[in-house]
Design a binder for this molecule. Structure first.
Ligand code: 9WN
Length: 411
């Protein structure tokens, strides 16, 4: 049933987080433009202001690097309160930005928004298509290389402290990191955030990129962290399908993108962990599986795979707790209901999983996931994420992407 009060509140949150040409995830904790947050913001804006939705995407792609990379944070103007800020990244880009990327949900959202009103969207899509192709080509050159898609920093995955990265993170040398002051724990309780050891390693990996002047070949070949990620692979696979579809509709050649889809389809087979019976992250430096069943594994349907190998696990994980798909499986030893990506449930991930489930013919499960997500928001408001055991709200408040998925999907 539609809830007019919550609809209005969601619109109000998007407007409050709107900085004119881009939207912050939430003021205070995240005062800049983040890549996949921004794409989700556009999804939400499209429900009531299509022009503003296109502006969001246009601003994001105006920050694209010459090599095709679209950064994970864009520091349009200096704001106090977030660490690590532009000076720490040292990318010298204009506008200032971080040196890594984030999950490429943008092409799929562009296609979704275009379908709202092709008349309004046509000129935007025409301008965006070459930029999207360049970004995806960058992924295939520097992150996938004819295999599954890897992340070179946990922040790149958007799932910062997921247990998926634990083994690879344990190998990071933090001896050169030195002193620094975190800002996140001034905004939210430290027990909900990554640990100090995590942050030391995040910085050590960042410093490698900065010391190599963000040279992608060096990061690819010698970077300290390189983990193939099912979530990134499936999101890129889906984004490639949506991009190929748009290219075709605009009378352009889709062969290169079709090639990438085929490579990813073959590549994700390397991520099937037969012992776990699931898609699993894999450290490309050692070849070892993480042995971690996270919500990203359930994006195989979203990626477009039509086998149901993940269905038993889905029912076990989604059925274990009352509120949707936890970021790490509750049966796992590392499950923590409050600590960020080690257990809590995220509305945006639920939406991605549900879109895939519906496409693959599992409409009942998709609808149940939507309803459970809506229930979380009705109970706890538009928070960053939620405890999957009792549904309590966690992390930052008045969060852009939670408001956006309410408007575009959950309500
Ligand atoms: C680092 C903004 C971002 C999200 C990520 C989430 C968190 C940043 C942080 O916040 O990451 O990029 O400082 O914790 O993990 O998914 O995009 O909402």
């Amino acid at each position: 049933m539609k809830d007019r009060t919550l609809d209005l509140r969601a619109v109000e949150i998007l407007q409050k987080n709107d900085r004119g040409l881009y939207t912050v995830p939430t003021s205070g904790l995240y005062p800049y433009q983040w890549n996949w947050d921004s794409a989700f913001a556009a999804l939400g804006f499209a429900e009531f202001n299509l022009d503003r939705a296109w502006t969001e995407i246009d601003t994001l792609f105006n920050a694209q690097w010459d090599n095709g990379m679209v950064p994970h944070i864009i520091f349009h103007r200096r704001v106090d309160g977030y660490f690590p800020g532009p000076d720490v990244w040292g990318t010298n880009s204009v506008p200032a930005s971080s040196g890594i990327t984030q999950p490429p949900v943008a092409a799929s959202i562009v296609r979704h928004i275009y379908d709202h009103d092709p008349g309004i969207g046509r000129a935007h899509v025409e301008r965006l298509l070459p930029k999207l192709v360049a970004w995806h080509r960058w992924f295939h050159d520097y992150r996938c290389e004819a295999g599954p898609c890897a992340v070179t920093h946990p922040w790149e995955s958007g799932r910062d402290n997921a247990p998926d990265w634990d083994a690879a993170m344990a190998a990071i040398d933090t001896s050169g990191v030195g002193e620094y002051t975190r800002r996140d724990t001034a905004h939210v309780d430290a027990s909900m955030r990554p640990t100090k050891e995590d942050y030391d390693r995040y910085l050590a990996i960042l410093y490698f990129g900065r010391d190599h002047e963000w040279d992608e070949a060096a990061i690819r070949d010698r970077g300290p962290f390189r983990v193939a990620d099912p979530a990134m692979s499936f999101i890129l696979m889906r984004a490639n399908r949506d991009l190929a579809d748009m290219l075709e509709r605009f009378g352009q050649d889709r062969a290169e993108v079709d090639g990438w889809i085929a490579e990813l389809e073959a590549g994700v087979e390397d991520l099937w962990n037969a012992d776990l019976g699931a898609y699993d992250a894999r450290d490309l430096r050692t070849g070892d599986f993480a042995g971690s069943l996270s919500s990203g594994s359930f994006l195989s349907w979203y990626g477009g795979l039509r086998d149901d190998r993940m269905l038993d696990w889905y029912d076990k994980v989604a059925g274990a707790l009352p509120y949707g798909v936890p970021s790490y499986y509750p049966q796992g030893a590392k499950f923590n209901a409050k600590r960020y990506w080690r257990g809590p449930v995220w509305g945006i991930v639920n939406r991605l999983i549900a879109v895939g489930l519906a496409d693959a013919g599992h409409a009942d499960r998709a609808e149940q996931l939507r309803e459970r997500t809506a229930e979380l928001i009705r109970k706890g408001g538009f928070h960053e994420y939620f405890d999957p055991e009792d549904g309590s709200a966690a992390g930052g408040g008045t969060f852009t992407w939670t408001a956006a998925i309410w408007l575009a999907w959950a309500s």
